[in-house]
Design a protein around this ligand. Structure first.
Ligand SMILES: Nc1ncnc2c1ncn2[C@@H]1O[C@H](COP(=O)(O)OP(=O)(O)OP(=O)(O)O)[C@@H](O)[C@H]1O
Ligand SMILES: [Mg+2]
Length: 339
């Protein structure tokens, strides 16, 4: 059985009678110990999805329909106390800014001990032992000294290490990390991502990494989902998506990476900007920014098709695939060249 199975998840904002749909038919599977990434520009709905998975949508956001099953249990129907047990113990969350998670007036050690005691009957002495072990595991030097320090006494990178250690305290099944490194200095971003990945591996934890940076996902995630205006537009193995992106939006994201831009040239940003989730264009929401858009892209939302590389929602690619198969060619052309 899949560890997490998300099926046709639809999220809306606003009161029930005039609710605006913002996440559309999100479906995916996360296996035990697997690491997947959710990638997309600002406003794509990535954090909204992260919060929906753990039933933490702030009002008036709500799950309109669909299921989120953890080991077969549908989380969308659990009560708040039931869900609170799941969060922290089975699904831990890491946010962009460590100071959101850490209480500035309580020592690190005390916060971590309390996190254990809130979910278990472990006594203080044993909880402290676990905390020191976890701090050492995330390579915090002199854990016993750090234990008694306040969050502001640590650097940003050290704070994020504390957060990762806290997420691991109860060895959850899944960590959802929402832009865990964007608040950090560029030089330590890679280090923290590497740590997050190795900690998940060592502790048999699955990871959902939310990021706007397609450049970092190959280091961490085996599979990637690309999100645009509340919908997944491409999903597949990370390396294959990066080597041969199929959706024009994924191609645009990849081309916009600084490392894809020649020195002295301007970044190849995708023209235009992401529409607001509550005001999506008809048809394929990406069509106003897509250089390959054809008429039906303005009218009808594309279905998902398998391109041979990844699963993609794109009319142009669908037409190409059906032409290729009707002409009985054994090879699908490279999406980059043809699109
Ligand atoms: N509870 C809510 N009610 C109304 N609108 C919301 C709510 N939560 C988020 N939004 C809006 O939904 C849009 C998508 O937000 P979200 O934070 O999910 O995007 P994101 O992909 O995580 O972006 P970023 O990369 O900037 O973090 C934003 O325009 C935001 O203003
Ligand atoms: Mg976000």
């Amino acid at each position: 059985m899949a560890l997490l199975e998300v099926k046709n998840l639809n999220v809306s904002f606003g009161a029930k009678h005039n609710a605006v749909p913002v996440l559309f038919d999100i479906s995916f599977i996360l296996h035990r110990r697997e690491r997947i990434a959710i990638v997309g520009e600002s406003g794509a709905g990535k954090s909204t999805l992260g919060f929906a998975l753990v039933n933490l949508l702030s009002k008036p956001g709500h799950i309109h329909s669909g299921t989120v099953k953890l080991d077969g249990t549908n989380l969308t129907t659990l009560t708040s106390p039931q869900m609170q047990k799941i969060r922290g113990k089975r699904i831990a969350m890491i946010f962009q800014d460590p100071m959101v998670t850490l209480n500035p007036v309580i020592t690190i050690g005390k916060q971590m001990v309390e996190a254990i005691r809130a979910h278990t009957s472990i006594n203080r002495h044993d909880a402290k032992k676990i905390v020191l072990e976890k701090l050492a595991q995330v390579q915090i030097p002199a854990p016993d000294i750090r234990f008694d320090q306040y969050p502001h006494e640590l650097s940003g990178g050290m704070r994020q290490r504390v957060i990762i250690a806290t997420a691991l305290l109860l060895t959850p099944d899944i960590i959802i990390a929402d832009e865990p490194t964007t608040a950090l200095d560029v030089t330590i971003q890679a280090e923290i991502l590497e740590l997050l990945k190795s900690m998940c591996e060592e502790n048999n934890v699955a990871l959902i990494l939310i990021t706007h940076d397609l450049g970092v996902v190959s280091r961490v995630a085996e599979r990637t989902m690309v999100m645009y205006a509340g919908r997944i537009v491409e999903e597949g193995p990370t390396l294959e998506i990066i080597n041969d992106p199929q959706h024009p939006y994924t191609q645009g994201l990849l081309n916009a990476l600084p490392q894809m831009t020649l020195a002295g040239h301007k970044l190849n940003q995708i023209p235009g900007s992401m529409p607001s989730l509550s005001d999506r264009p008809n048809g394929c929401a990406f069509h106003p920014r897509c250089q390959y858009a054809i008429e039906k892209c303005q009218i009808k939302q594309p279905n998902y098709i398998y391109s041979g590389i990844s699963t993609v929602a794109c009319h142009v690619l669908e037409d190409m695939i059906s032409e290729t198969s009707s002409s009985d060619s054994a090879f699908l052309n490279d999406g980059k060249d043809v699109l």
